[in-house]
Structures are given as C-alpha cells and as structure tokens.
Design a protein around this ligand. Structure first.
Ligand code: ADP
Ligand code: MG
Length: 352
C-alpha cells in the first residue's frame, strides 16, 4: 500500500499573503490582508458568516483572482498560476462529490486526470481512505453515504493529491454535534500525523480553539487578530474578538457606571470593561446589587442573567448547586485581574 505520511510534506511549504484584496463586481470583500502561515501549521480562520472566509480560500486556491497583493505557497509565488498548478487541495463545505461515481472513483478522479497509472492511483486512494477511516466505503456512491461518510471521502480526495497546502472550508458544519466533535479530533490527529500546512475555515469558536495552532479572526474582510488560542482567549485585541470567542459572550459594561471591578485603577474616559461569566462572583460583601432575571442550568453549571442597579445586564456562571433563584436580589462583583479594558474605539487598552 502506498505511504502517505512523509512524502506529502514538502520542505519549505507554508503560505504567505501580502496585501491581498478580493472583490465581487465592485464590492470589495477582502481588504489588503497580510497573513503568514508557518510550514506545517494548522491555521484556523474564524469569523461570522459573510466575513470573507470562503473568499479567502478561493483566492489562495486560485479559483478567484486577487485584485491586489501576492499569494506565496512555500517559496513559489502562485498569484498568476491557475488552480491546477498550485498543488493545493480544497475541501468545500458542500463536499462537491460526483454523484454518479463511487467513492473510489471520486478519490482517484484528480489523479487519473494527471496521468497516474490506475493501479497506483487505487493504492494511493486506499491509503488516503484508510487515513480518514473510509476504506470500507470505497465501492459506494455518495447517495449511499451519510453526511459524515461523504465528508471523509471528500477529505480522502483532498489527501490523495499530496498537496503542499490543505484548504478546508467549514468541513464539519454539515455533521451533527456528536460526529462533529469526533471528526474534529480525527482531523487534529490527521494533521499532526501528516504535517501538511492547513488553513481551516470555521464560524465555530469552539472548533477554532480546539483545533488551531493559531487563529486568525476575520471580520468584514479584515484581520481582527492573529494569535494562539491562548492569546485570543486571554488577551483579545478587540471587543469584537472578546465577544465572538467564548460562550456566553463576554460581559461588557461601560466604565464610570455603577458596576466597577474591585480594585480597578483609573481608565480612559469612554472605556468599557469586559469580563467572562465565570469571573463574576455573587457576594454578600462589596458589589453591585442586581436582580436575577433568568437562570439556565446546563448540567453541573448554571448561568444567572442579572440586571444590575443602573440597568447593565451581565451573566454569571456558577456551579448549578450554588445558583440563585429567578427573581432573587443578589450582589455581584468581579476582580480586576479578570477584567479586560477596551477603549472607545473597541481596541484593547493596557492599564498598568
Ligand atoms: P464567509 O465564507 O465568511 O461566510 P464569503 O467569503 O462567502 O464569506 O463572502 C464574503 C462577502 O462576499 C459576503 O458579503 C458575501 O455576500 C459576498 N459574496 C460571496 N460570494 C459572492 C458572489 N458570488 N457574488 C457576490 N457577492 C458574494
Ligand atoms: Mg463560507
């Protein structure tokens, strides 16, 4: 059987975008993006629907032109190359399998076009299918496969071409929750086994935190922040990142209002304080009074939605056993060490 592992890693391969823009008709949707992906890195591009994630992948794959800037894969500037010359494999959200071909023929399709002998193509397809756990499905057509199985076939088809770069466009979004969690783990294991530079697109912040070496947060065609999952979580660069990553979204209250973190120094006028639900403590000591509007219990955790004196609304997480009753009057506080400060422009402010 053909081996996939080492030969699919091309020395020097990574991805570099410099000043890349893209547009549909006159409407610009990517704005002079700069982005470096290290060789062998798994970069997750995270952003809401419409942020330009798919467009970014299409530009890298050569399916859509960059209106400005350069795309470099490894040491090759591919900006002017057609898709077939870029040695990139893309898995589309829809999987895009040929319905009249078996899984095997779907996987080998690109190889036969490229003149690989049939027996060799079959061996490589079997190796790729084994790597993603669908070798037993090779004789079936897409109509005879579940969503998760189709997804594996699409991955095997991408894998078999031994690309310099994998581009995965929301590859888990058509799977139900359990399968998504399982396949997410398999994708991560597959990536560390093969070491192929990968750009994985998702709108799911949990998926990004779990999978990524680094996360690039994209908003309206611009990069909000690029960092490790830890950096994105602990030091969000903007209010947008702070609230997009984490569930429930980070609490935000204005500075100078009734709710002030315990021990907060002076902050610039117009700043906002951000803190996650788990940082809020209910207390009988110093704090801000509020009313419990609603309590959601999720297994061992409870989320209490509070309306504070002065009108700010925040959510507090606590063990389910320690939850207050809906309608109760409580007092809430948060420590300065757990507080993020964002300026009037939404950017993180470092306060001594
Ligand atoms: P994402 O993948 O992050 O959801 P897309 O890259 O698909 O975002 O889209 C980015 C923006 O470009 C959106 O505003 C979208 O409406 C627009 N767009 C996407 N595809 C087309 C198209 N074929 N024609 C015109 N506008 C498009
Ligand atoms: Mg998309």
């Amino acid at each position: 059987m053909a081996e996939l592992a080492s030969e699919s890693v091309s020395p020097g391969t990574g991805l570099r975008l410099t000043g890349v823009s893209a547009a549909y008709r006159r409407e610009q949707v990517l704005h002079e993006l700069d982005l470096d992906v290290a060789r062998g890195e798994l970069l997750v591009v995270l952003g809401p629907s419409g942020a330009g994630k798919s467009t970014l992948l299409r530009v890298v794959a050569g399916l859509q032109p960059a209106t400005t800037g350069r795309v470099v894969i490894g040491d090759r500037d591919v900006t002017a190359l057609r898709p077939g010359r870029r040695n990139v494999s893309m898995v589309f959200q829809s999987y895009a399998l040929f319905p009249h071909l078996t899984a095997l023929d779907n996987i080998t399709f690109g190889l036969e076009v490229r003149d690989t002998p049939r027996a060799a193509a079959r061996d490589r397809a079997t190796a790729a299918a084994t790597a993603v756990g669908c070798a037993h499905l090779l004789g079936r057509r897409p109509g005879q496969l579940s969503g998760g199985e189709r997804q594996r076939v699409a991955l095997a088809r991408a894998l078999v071409r031994e690309p310099d770069l994998f581009l995965l466009d929301e590859p888990l979004s058509n799977l139900d929750l359990e399968l998504r969690t399982e396949t997410r783990g398999e994708l991560k294991a597959l990536h560390s086994r093969l070491g192929v530079t990968t750009v994985h697109v998702t709108h799911d912040q949990t998926e990004a935190l779990v999978l990524a070496d680094r996360i690039a947060v994209l908003r309206d065609g611009r990069l909000e922040q690029l960092g490790t999952p830890d950096e994105i979580w602990r030091t969000p660069a903007t209010l947008f990142v702070a609230r997009f990553v984490g569930s429930p979204a980070m609490n935000v209250v204005p500075s100078g209002g009734p709710f002030t973190p315990a021990g907060a120094p002076a902050v610039p006028a117009g700043s906002r304080f951000g803190f996650r639900s788990e940082a809020v403590r209910l207390t009988t000591g110093d704090g801000t009074d509020g009313t419990v509007e609603r309590v959601d219990v999720v297994g061992e955790d409870a989320y209490a939605y509070l309306r504070l004196a002065g009108g700010d609304r925040i959510v507090a997480r606590m063990p389910a056993a320690a939850r207050p009753a809906a309608g109760a009057t409580v007092r809430a506080t948060v420590g300065w060490a757990d507080t993020h400060v964002f300026g009037a422009d939404g950017r993180r402010v470092t306060v001594a």
